[in-house]
Unconditional design. Structure first.
Length: 266
């Protein structure tokens, strides 16, 4: 039932977005509704998300936060390996599977990143990149409630990946599930705290985030910078390396349910 509810809710959001009249920007044809969702997300963040994220970062030592991040990174290797296979990327599929096995066992469920000692660097993949790999390279920009910037392609990939390629929907205990997702959400937000000033200084934060997101995804898909991108250097997404103060090599998580980072290679 929860799988169906997740599928229906996200599908409805994407379908409603697609019904809005087109705007002047070909990359952002649904800008009017996207801006409304962006404002809603901003209010939600300022009231309900940023305060616990600040407390989380202030209370937990960097090493503890790195271990929590490693744990979720390890879970995200499950859809990463699946997408490596769907893209026929056997080299990364082998390395990522080996990384998952090593960190799940020796690394105690991924709490410790032991695999890096075996020359198995962090790598992420997602279903949006798989869709792009097989032809869907251009997709309209959308803003998803509570989750933020995306495209229709990436949003659909996120929905199906969460439902079928992650373990979360199969956790039957609601308290455990929502605790896992809640900690992940706060952990992710804590990694953006140092980047808030860049967004706040932008003339138009919405455009800044949109162009940075599209630039980042275009680079991951095509290996090139989008022509209309303007803010990528200052936009630190969930793949930024410096989220933990004292651990420069700490890996970083993927957004719920899964998003790739700048370390991804193809």
């Amino acid at each position: 039932m929860r799988l169906l509810a997740t599928l229906t809710a996200l599908t409805s959001s994407l379908m409603l977005t697609a019904c809005i009249h087109n705007g002047p920007n070909p990359d952002d044809p649904y800008e009017s509704v996207n801006r409304r969702i962006h404002r809603f997300n901003t209010v939600f963040d300022n009231i309900l998300l940023k305060p616990p994220a600040k407390l989380y970062k202030a209370v937990l030592p960097a090493a503890v936060r790195a271990s929590i991040n490693n744990f979720y990174d390890n879970i995200n290797l499950i859809p990463t390996v699946a997408n490596d296979i769907l893209q026929w990327d056997w080299h990364n599929a082998s390395n990522d599977a080996g990384r998952f096995v090593i960190n799940s066992s020796i690394g105690l469920a991924g709490i410790f990143d032991v695999a890096k000692q075996y020359n198995l660097p962090m790598h992420r993949n997602d279903l949006g990149l798989t869709f792009a790999r097989w032809g869907d390279k251009k997709s309209p920009y959308i803003v998803i409630p509570l989750l933020g910037p995306s495209t229709i392609r990436d949003g659909m990939g996120m929905m199906f990946e969460y439902t079928f390629l992650t373990p979360y929907p199969y956790i039957r205990n609601d308290a455990v599930l929502y605790s896992l997702l809640g900690v992940r959400y706060i952990d992710l937000r804590s990694q953006f705290l140092d980047t808030d000033r860049y967004i706040a200084e932008a003339l138009d934060p919405y455009t800044f985030i949109r162009d940075a997101y599209l630039q980042h995804r275009n680079f991951m898909i095509n290996g090139e910078v989008a022509d209309n991108a303007t803010g990528g250097e200052a936009y630190l997404d969930d793949g930024a390396n410096d989220y933990v103060d004292d651990i420069p090599e700490a890996t970083t998580p993927a957004l719920l349910p899964a998003v790739t980072d700048k370390k991804t290679s193809h």
